[in-house]
Ligand binder design. Structure first.
Ligand SMILES: C[S@@+](CC[C@H](N)C(=O)[O-])C[C@H]1O[C@@H](n2cnc3c(N)ncnc32)[C@H](O)[C@@H]1O
Ligand SMILES: O=c1cc(-c2ccc(O)cc2)oc2c(O)c(O)ccc12
Length: 239
């Protein structure tokens, strides 16, 4: 998520930290030196695309990779692929026989990063589905065998639909499984008055405020909201 320091200044460079220098320090000290070479290549290839700010932030990505290696999921879902930064890091972090059902309305974006994914030797783990995500999740739920069939999900798509994804993922992800939501601080706008936030961000702001309240009140999960990147919320299904 871009960072909005003032009404007319937009920069993505600072994450949610206080200064650009501190974010740069974090990235240059701990993230970029340990970023897998092909993931770096995918990030650099995406940087020239007009929507490159949509890629999952590298610091949040590094955390996600750590989490994935800790839980070793065999069966995962990704909602919102874009050029594949989070997809490639997931594919690199799950076991050799792990699978990712990756859903995005745009195959064109996915195909930008696909050559890098192929070179990384992890394409066999990915089942890309070009579609709106809700109908795909609903189709999965038509087969009772899919209930609890996934170990992990990462959601980074249209913010207004996150609760729709959550309701479905609460059935698809097993008890003990993990769902991670990106952009849960939406550039810091969650604490701004509506009129003070840029108009383009307002629908996402409203949806994110509601999502955060609903996740905090959801007895089916334990949560931890982490201020990396644009804010990520990790949910562990407990019921
Ligand atoms: C923020 S980007 C995903 C970034 C990606 N995780 C990464 O690391 O590069 C959001 C993506 O969600 C996709 N998207 C938006 N609405 C969607 C929907 N209803 N169903 C599926 N994908 C959607 C967009 O096409 C876009 O590629
Ligand atoms: O600036 C954005 C915009 C989005 C976005 C907008 C509309 C959609 O239907 C999907 C995604 O997502 C972003 C994002 O996930 C991010 O990490 C940074 C910026 C943006």
């Amino acid at each position: 998520m871009a960072n909005y320091n003032s009404q007319d200044s937009v920069t993505k460079k600072m994450g949610l930290l206080h200064t650009e220098e501190l974010y740069k320090y974090l990235l240059e000290t701990s993230v970029y030196p340990r970023e897998p070479e092909l993931l770096k290549e995918l990030r650099e290839l995406t940087a020239s695309h007009p929507l490159s700010m949509m890629s999952t932030a590298p610091d949040a990505g590094q955390f996600l990779a750590m989490l994935l290696k800790l839980i070793s999921p065999k069966s995962t879902i990704e909602v919102g692929v874009y050029t594949g930064y989070s997809l490639l890091l997931t594919a690199l972090s799950i076991p050799e026989n792990g699978k990712i059902m990756a859903i995005d309305v745009s195959r064109e974006y996915y195909e930008m990063g696909l050559p890098v994914i192929k070179r990384a030797g992890v394409e066999h783990k990915i089942d890309f589905i070009e579609s709106e995500a809700v109908p795909v999740l609903d189709q999965l739920l038509e087969h009772p065998g899919n209930e609890g069939g996934f170990d992990f999900a990462f959601v980074d798509a249209d913010k207004e639909n996150y609760w729709n994804y959550h309701e479905r993922l609460m059935k698809l992800v097993k008890v003990g499984g993990i769902v991670v939501y990106d952009n849960t601080l939406w550039g810091g706008t969650v604490i701004m008055e509506e009129e003070s936030s840029l108009e383009i961000l307002r629908p996402g702001r409203a949806a994110t405020i509601e999502l955060n309240k609903a996740l905090a009140a959801d007895p089916r999960i334990e949560i931890s909201q982490v201020p990396l990147g644009d804010g990520i919320t990790i949910c562990r299904r407990i019921h």
